[in-house]
Design a protein around this ligand. Structure first.
Ligand code: BGC
Length: 820
């Protein structure tokens, strides 16, 4: 079929009612049905945003390249880098036989505790929008569709499939909708995913105001809206509201019900036709209309992707503090490598963004490769896990076609770890995914004698035995907790004394549970040994005997994960104690943090340097080492304010209505005052402000000049590298209305540029500030209003490090919501 010449209108008119309806629901988890009669191929989707997982489940599956997570891209302040990453991920999507990437995630960091903040770019809509546009353009330049998500108001994981986000229209338009608006108007995004939550009472997937009035009429979207997985709740209302696609398949709310709704006139033929046309258009754009396979998933470990990921990791790393200890010099002195994140590569967050990476470089491995082991000493010091370390080994999994582990197994699999995620088809399709049980058997040989902890949690019922003795029971009294997308229980832990070197038999029994909403079954089991004071002392001792101590701390994808919010922002476990002890033992202590957002740092004044490295993908250790040794600049700047304490954040409140929500509603009462807008308004000094990040060289800014222009205004400022090394900085341009008639933030980011300069080099930068940069959303008239009068434009290196200011008088004007 010649895709260029294809007439989609006549194609849709050749389709029967049943065929049309078939294209409005998935066929399975990741694809739409083909229609062979009409030569219509198969559209396949795959998760993002930090790669392309393919059709495997969250654990295992074909290997893929793991790119930096969203907040790391946010920290790069570099839309060009986002574009390169988008284009590279497009190749990954193709290697997985798919046409559509379920990315980027552009919800805004309203709180510091949202479990998915790691996946999102920033607390700021301008930065988020600019990065999203780059990423989408990169993807779509290779004919892979972007599905920007989650539209809209999905800023927390608490009761995420039912919660109503109560957000006023001004706040929506100025903050939460803004990245989606630019994605449509500037990047021409081909697909949007509606969020799980309700928005002001109505499910996003059937919210006509959101999906039709705003998205299509105001912004001119002509692509496909698909629901988040299992987030479609109706046939006619969702179709009428503007939702094209129910995902995943097979159809649950549509199919026969939608056929009936069309026959009774509840959904008009015209509406049905329009929704199907959008799907055909997406298929046409991505080439899937003519894709008749064969469907193959390839793992392509490309050197170019390795290099891009390594560079991006350094571009995202934020040097929060440095008293001169960094960059490290490659002398022969000893380095103590300490902490729970030193030998484990923390490369990504948890949930649907997980993938099976080609490889994962830990900081330890990168340092060994660079320096040789003789220069290093190591101490773990303490743990930081949320769940006991996963039990690994040769694990035999037997599946039974009933919920009682009765009779002969109908299928046997071998697993490498007790971390499984069973989505249909389970056991190669030999059991009904709603009616099965499984027994996992293997062994465990401890390295240490003493008390061990066995932890298990599951979406489904489970129990864990050691040598026939029940140790952890998540079967009797199972209650829903905050794991596995809120379908699993919290970890149940049992303790047992074990002897080193002895081999114990481990058995886990699992049974599918009735009435699970997401239709998933999952299990994770681990075995760990608690660490104590002696381990912290051993770490301090290692630090004392070294010239420099590097402490690798933070969280992991167990904490920064889809499906649950954090319960606070102190470092998990005894990591604060560990850092304090190491810092007391060695004045040259460098802390490398890996988290998906801010943490409290009671030790910040006592350490020599702090580097925030996020979850930077498969090259994690190499990217971190490149920055530590100065082979690369710490290119990142904070995309989210780091407050001194959780209490300072706008969502920390005594009032649960405000966060985490009450009676099924979470009220965004702070309005547009989130992130730095909030700290500025209340005069709270953050630990590290939005936009902050040090370089290994120094920069200065010249005077700021702002002049009126036809499109709005133009700001000009020069920046110079006044140090001895080449380096990069981010020049940030903020605007504030001096005489606003409504409460407006003192300053809001309106433009930025990442600049790389040689020593002594300076550059004059020009920033266009369109009229929209000065306007607020007028809810009465439903338009963008610019009030006449004076505005302060500021140029700086962070939201609080303002180096130059200028005033400009702007005349009143209004802009229509359709204005591009
Ligand atoms: C997530 C989406 C994801 C989808 C498919 C959902 O749980 O919210 O972001 O794309 O699953 O895995």
């Amino acid at each position: 079929m010649n895709v260029q010449a294809i007439d989609l209108e006549s194609l849709v008119d050749q389709m029967t009612l049943r065929e049309k309806v078939s294209l409005l629901s998935g066929e399975d988890f990741w694809s739409l049905p083909a229609i062979e009669r009409l030569g219509i191929g198969k559209l396949r989707v795959t998760d993002g945003p930090n790669g392309a997982r393919g059709s495997g489940s969250l654990v295992g599956g074909a290997k893929s390249a793991a790119f930096p997570v969203g907040i790391a891209i946010g920290a790069s302040f570099d839309p060009e880098l986002a574009r390169e990453i988008g284009a590279a991920i497009a190749e990954e999507v193709k290697s997985k036989g798919a046409h559509v990437s379920l990315a980027p995630t552009v919800n805004i960091h309203r709180s510091v505790t949202n479990g998915r903040n790691f996946e999102c770019y920033s607390e700021d809509p301008e930065l988020t929008a600019a990065l999203a546009v780059g990423y989408i353009e990169g993807l779509q330049s290779r004919n892979v569709a972007s599905t920007i998500k989650h539209f809209a108001g999905n800023e927390s994981e608490i009761e995420r499939t039912t919660m109503s986000s109560q957000i006023d229209e001004r706040t929506l338009r100025e903050v939460y909708l803004r990245p989606f608006e630019d994605a449509v108007k500037k990047a021409g995004v081909w697909s949007v995913m509606s969020s799980y939550n309700r928005l002001n009472g109505t499910y996003a997937s059937e919210n006509g105001w959101l999906l039709t009035d705003v998205l299509r009429k105001d912004w001119g979207f002509d692509g496909v809206v698909m629901s988040d997985w299992f987030g479609t709740h109706s046939a006619a209302p969702s179709v009428n509201a503007g939702l094209n696609l129910e995902m995943p398949g097979p159809a649950r709310t549509r199919g026969e019900r939608l056929i009936e709704a069309v026959e009774t006139g509840e959904v008009s033929q015209e509406t049905l036709r329009t929704r199907v046309l959008d799907v055909l258009r997406l298929m046409h754009r991505t080439g899937s209309l003519s894709d008749r396979g064969p469907f193959v998933e390839r793992s392509e470990d490309r050197p170019a992707h390795r290099a891009l990921i390594r560079r991006a990791g350094a571009e995202a790393a934020v040097l929060l503090k440095n008293n001169g200890v960094l960059p490290l010099t490659p002398s022969s002195a000893k380095i103590a490598v300490i902490g729970p994140n030193a030998k484990i590569a923390r490369i990504m967050g948890g949930g649907s963004a997980q993938l099976n990476p080609h490889y994962a470089i830990s900081p330890w491995q990168a340092l060994v490769d660079r320096l040789s082991e003789s220069r290093l000493s190591y101490a773990e010091g303490c743990t930081n896990h949320r769940w006991e370390p996963v039990w690994k080994g040769d694990i035999r999994a037997e599946f039974f076609a009933n919920k009682t582990l009765s009779g002969e197994p109908v299928h046997v699999d071998m697993l490498r770890e007790a971390n499984t995620f069973w989505i249909p088809p389970v056991a190669d399709g030999r059991v009904d995914s709603d009616n099965f049980s499984a027994r996992l058997t293997g062994t465990f040989t401890p390295e240490h004698t003493g008390r061990h902890r066995l932890g298990i949690h599951s979406a489904g019922l489970s129990k864990m035995f050691v040598d026939g003795k029940l140790v952890a029971d998540a079967w009797n009294g199972w209650t829903r907790g905050h794991t596995f997308f809120e379908e699993g229980c919290d970890e149940v832990v049992g303790e047992i004394e074990l002897e080193s070197g002895r081999t114990y038999s481990i058995v886990i029994e699992f049974a599918r549970q009735d009435g699970a909403a997401l239709h998933l079954s999952a299990l994770r089991a681990g075995i760990g040994r608690p660490l104590g004071d002696a381990d912290i002392e051993a770490a301090a001792e290692a630090a004392r005997n070294a010239e420099t101590a590097i402490v690798f701390v933070g969280r992991s994808g167990e904490w920064d994960t889809e499906g649950s919010d954090l319960q606070g922002i102190t470092l998990p476990g005894r990591q604060d104690d560990l850092i304090a002890a190491v810092a007391a033992a060695n004045p040259h202590t460098v802390v490398v943090l890996q988290t998906g957002g801010p943490v409290e740092m009671p030790w910040a004044d006592r350490v020599a340097a702090i580097l925030q490295a996020w979850y930077p993908g498969q090259e994690a250790g190499n990217a971190i080492a490149d920055v530590l040794f100065g082979d690369a600049e710490p290119g990142g700047r904070l995309p989210q304010t780091f407050p001194r304490s959780w209490r300072d954040n706008p969502t920390f409140s005594q009032d649960p209505e405000h966060y985490p929500g009450l009676d099924g509603k979470v009220r965004y009462r702070e309005g547009v005052f989130i992130g730095y807008r909030h700290y500025e308004k209340l005069g709270i000094e953050p630990l590290y402000p939005f936009g902050h990040g040090l370089s290994y060289t120094t920069f200065e800014m010249g005077a700021l000049e702002v002049t009126r222009a036809e499109h709005g205004a133009t700001a000009r400022v020069s920046v110079a590298n006044t140090g001895e090394r080449a380096g990069s900085t981010v020049v940030q341009i903020y605007a504030g209305d001096d005489e606003a008639s409504i409460p407006r933030p003192v300053r809001e980011l309106k433009h930025f540029a990442k600049v790389r300069l040689a020593p002594g080099e300076s550059r004059k930068l020009t920033f266009d500030l369109p009229l929209r940069a000065f306007a607020f959303f007028d809810v009465t008239e439903r338009l963008w209003r610019l009030e006449d009068g004076s505005f302060t434009i500021s140029a700086g290196f962070s939201a609080t490090d303002i180096r130059a200011e200028a005033s400009i008088n702007m005349p009143a004007s209004t802009l229509d919501v359709t204005f591009r």
